[in-house]
Design a protein around this ligand. Structure first.
Ligand SMILES: [Zn+2]
Ligand SMILES: [Zn+2]
Length: 153
């Protein structure tokens, strides 16, 4: 996850939750409408190409955009961050569901694994996110690696 821009994280987050391949044009429309994506079509195009170069997604012109296996891991990790943020808001603040989602979406690309780790205590064990355990492990691994200074970009 280190080295990904906020917009790239948003794209991965979206693709994970969309759960199926998507046309590049539809990706742009849906990101704008539902993920507060405020960049141009051209910017999205270069972000998609960059994600492909880093082997996080596969895509050819006129073909569908889809997550690779490595892409899926990153996307799950980001999904976990958003899930815990929403959960934290739900447990601690009096906010409407739609506001919780909007704020979580805004914060997800910028919060650290360390922060997520600190709010995990508000999370219930009976989680509806089907890959919660795997996601939690990805998060722990990354915060450990960061603590040890193991990542170089
Ligand atoms: Zn949960
Ligand atoms: Zn994390």
């Amino acid at each position: 996850m280190v080295g990904l821009s906020n917009s790239e994280k948003l794209i991965l987050l979206f693709l994970y939750n969309w759960e199926r391949p998507i046309r590049a044009g539809d990706l742009f429309q849906t990101l704008r409408k539902e993920y507060n994506f405020d960049r141009s079509r051209q910017t999205l195009h270069s972000l998609v190409k960059k994600l492909r170069k880093n082997e996080l997604i596969s895509w050819e012109p006129h073909r569908l955009v889809r997550l690779t296996e490595i892409g899926k891991e990153h996307a799950l990790h980001i999904t976990w961050h958003m899930h815990l943020l929403e959960n934290y808001f739900q447990e601690t603040l009096d906010l409407k569901a739609v506001v919780r989602r909007k704020e979580a979406l805004r914060l997800t690309p910028i919060v650290s694994c360390e922060f997520i780790d600190a709010i995990t205590k508000f999370h219930q064990d009976d989680c509806e996110l089907k890959e919660a355990i795997k996601a939690g492990n990805l998060c722990t691994e990354e915060s450990k690696a960061l603590e040890e200074g193991g990542y170089s970009e």
